[in-house]
Design a protein around this ligand. Structure first.
Ligand code: MIG
Length: 702
């Protein structure tokens, strides 16, 4: 059941909610006794504060997307105020995105609360240990959706009913992706691509960071270093690569620059005096499109479409919190320190005023006005959401897209995916990313990834191996690193490590039949590819506490290594499983398992079938003609799934796909057709049956 309570008089809409038919509008009193004992709403200056006291205080809290901190969000106060902060220390708060949704789970009670407000907000999840939750909003009012269900899966499904289903990314987006700030010329990009093919290291996507542009001007190409970008793109495509490019929202203030001329005085955010608001980012002086307006999104989409026509295949929306190094007001405020400085010196100015830190504290809420007349502090958290929405609009309708955004709000899954921003090449960040990706799944964002290898800082060989071993299971598997840090391409280390890294990437391609099947079933059924263990085993209370393992689909359990020098780790198994490294069965419960540097501790749950294939250099919308079915059947019984479709359109929404349920029972295999909506390609399937007593092998045509 979904209940909605309106608090105060909301005067802005986030546009996160798309379906309200099933929602029951109630007042706060109605929910008393259902989930809470007491509930108090008060106004304090410009804030509206709601405090509720739960009927119990022992539960776990999951959600809030990729904020740093533990998987269980209990006991902290969180700020929702989209901010560019590139040092993700354990207390870094706020960060780039706002997903004000969490799921409460205890033995007796399960519910989800989505507090829908696109402006400044704080949520306190029982920081006093009294079983109290506080919501504090700077504004006139907000909507709250309370989802009451018996199963976590159903709570998440209802949340996605409200905020919209995830879009499927193209088949090829599951391939390995290589990025760097920056590959700064066409010859460098081509060299990188060639190296992958020469070394037979599989790769599908190369990313272009800000240097492909002319003077960081959005929707331009650098005339010198990318003088023949069309030829470059053609060559890359012929080699089987896709190319994804960065887009920044700030439009350079420059006479005769088409993008600026078209938008000035019409499409940009305003300052309080009614002039276009100006700030400094990479290009120097810039202005910012007001993506909250439909007409602005349409204009932006046309620009995006041009880049698609040039041959770009995907996008990455950056700096859309909005990250602004300095504004005219900052310079005025810091007059003394900034003598003789102008916005043109954007980066220099930023370093003088202590950069993001200070700007973050002061916010950017009051000095910016939207075209609708609303102050930015009421809409800040949906700026990035609307930028990716605009970018999404630039693609042909029935073509799947690879678009990720750094800043986002609930509902972003309708338009694209996210990456977690500027992490570091630190061991701590492997664990951090496990928790962030799982928390993103709990707020319904299924297309997610992080900078594999770490963005900031210099990676060390052992660290990149472990980082990559985590990336291999992520929906998006992209290695990215910052300017002036050491290179992170797989060949940037001693040959021993290069071999290990190559093995990891090759393994990703072997997993594709299982990954794509699980991914697409997830899109169709509102289930994340990556999920915390409790998502599938919520009757197992122990599983609520497992923060450093996760499920990939419903059959694969991964327990990554996130410390240096480690060759063993403890793993919690919610049921019996096959250790896929040594093919030995491991019992339910806590187990110590081997984890040498060449191995990723991962397990196939008993009773399941996982389809794999042999390695390929890049993906072509379909699996290989020969597959291997790993049947984990301790008691000689197992079930698995195989999904196929065109891999590039949204026709799956119309049922144009095949889904087979594969049932193994004591030596017999049956393929049950659950859906027959796509041309089936016959394949040879090699079965490997892992049983209590010994291995069995045979082949079938299907
Ligand atoms: O101020 O475009 O998070 O992925 O490489 C830094 C340069 C701007 C931040 C992004 C990062 C990207 C970088 N950008």
């Amino acid at each position: 059941m979904i209940y909605k309570v309106i608090y105060g008089n909301p005067d802005v809409s986030s546009e996160a909610v798309v379906n309200e038919k099933k929602v029951k509008l109630v007042d706060q009193e109605y929910l008393k006794n259902v989930i809470f004992d007491e509930c108090l709403l008060k106004k304090e200056k410009e804030y509206l504060i709601l405090r509720i006291k739960l009927k119990e205080k022992r539960g776990f809290y999951f959600g809030f997307g990729d904020k740093v901190g533990p998987l269980n969000r209990k006991g902290r106060r969180y700020i929702f105020w989209n901010t560019d902060d590139f040092i993700h220390h354990p207390g870094a708060e706020p960060l780039y995105k706002s997903f004000p949704f969490f799921i409460y789970i205890s033995k007796n009670m399960k519910f989800g609360i989505f507090t829908d407000y696109p402006g400044y907000m704080e949520i306190d999840l029982d920081s006093e240990g009294k079983g109290e939750i506080e919501f504090k909003v700077r504004g006139e009012g907000f909507n709250q959706y309370i989802i009451l269900e018996e199963k976590v899966k159903k709570i998440l499904k209802q949340y996605l009913y409200l905020t919209g289903k995830n879009v499927a990314f193209p088949f090829w987006s599951l391939g390995y992706q290589q990025s760097r700030w920056s590959y700064s010329s066409q010859s460098e990009v081509l060299q990188i691509a060639k190296k992958f093919r020469d070394k037979n290291i599989p790769c599908d996507v190369i990313w272009l960071d800000i240097d492909y542009m002319e003077g960081y001007k959005v929707f331009t190409w650098n005339k010198e270093n990318f003088s023949n970008y069309k030829l470059m793109l053609e060559k890359l495509h012929n080699m089987g690569f896709k190319v994804s490019a960065i887009l920044d929202p700030g439009v350079k203030v420059e006479k005769n620059y088409e993008v600026f001329e078209e938008a000035k005085d019409r499409y940009f955010l305003k300052d309080t005096s009614g002039k276009d608001f100006e700030g400094a980012v990479w290009p120097g002086r810039v202005r910012f499109p007001d993506f909250c307006e439909n007409k602005v999104r349409k204009w932006w989409a046309r620009k995006v479409n041009k880049l698609l026509e040039d041959g770009i295949d995907g996008f990455w929306n950056d700096m859309n919190e909005i990250a602004i190094f300095a504004s005219e007001k900052d310079i005025e405020d810091a007059k003394e320190k900034l003598k003789n400085m102008k916005l043109e010196d954007g980066i220099k100015v930023a370093s003088v005023i202590g950069e993001i830190g200070e700007i973050k504290k002061r916010g950017r809420g009051d000095e910016i006005v939207h075209l609708s007349g609303k102050k930015h502090y009421k809409l800040k958290n949906v700026y990035g959401f609307n930028m990716i929405r605009a970018t999404f609009g630039g693609f042909p309708k029935n073509k799947r897209k690879l678009i990720i955004t750094r800043s986002a709000y609930s509902g972003v899954q309708r338009y694209g995916g996210v990456w977690t921003g500027d992490n570091h090449s630190w061991w701590e960040h492997i664990l951090l990313e496990i928790q962030r990706i799982n928390s993103l799944s709990m707020v319904g964002v299924f297309n997610s990834g992080f900078d594999v290898g770490g963005f900031g800082g210099n990676v060390e060989p052992e660290l990149i191996v472990r980082f990559m071993q985590l990336g291999v299971f992520m929906p998006l598997f992209r290695n990215h690193s910052a300017i002036e840090t050491r290179r992170q391409e797989p060949w940037s280390f001693d040959t021993e490590y290069e071999e290990l890294l190559k093995d990891v990437i090759v393994y990703r391609y072997k997993l594709i039949p299982y990954l794509y099947t699980s991914y697409m079933l997830g899109i169709l059924e509102d289930k994340p590819l990556i999920a915390p263990i409790f998502y599938y085993f919520e009757n197992d209370e122990q599983s609520y506490q497992v923060f450093d393992q996760f499920m990939v689909g419903k059959s694969l359990l991964v327990a990554p290594v996130y410390n240096p020098g480690v060759t063993k780790r403890m793993v919690y198994l919610p049921k019996r499983a096959l250790n896929f490294n040594n093919k030995i069965f491991v019992r339910k419960g806590w187990n110590l398992v081997d984890a040498p540097l060449s191995k990723i501790p991962h397990f196939i749950l008993d009773g399941s079938i996982v389809f794999m294939q042999d390695e390929v250099q890049y993906l072509k919308n379909s699996y290989n003609d020969v597959l291997t079915a790993h049947v984990v059947a301790y008691n000689d019984k197992a079930v698995g799934y195989l999904y196929e479709d065109d891999g590039e359109s949204y026709n799956y929404k119309k049922g144009l796909y095949n889904l087979y349920k594969v049932v193994y029972d004591k030596g017999n295999v049956q393929f049950l057709t659950k859906r027959n909506g796509f041309l089936h390609r016959k394949r040879k399937i090699k079965f490997k049956i892992y049983r209590k007593f010994g291995l069995d092998e045979f082949e079938l045509e299907f």
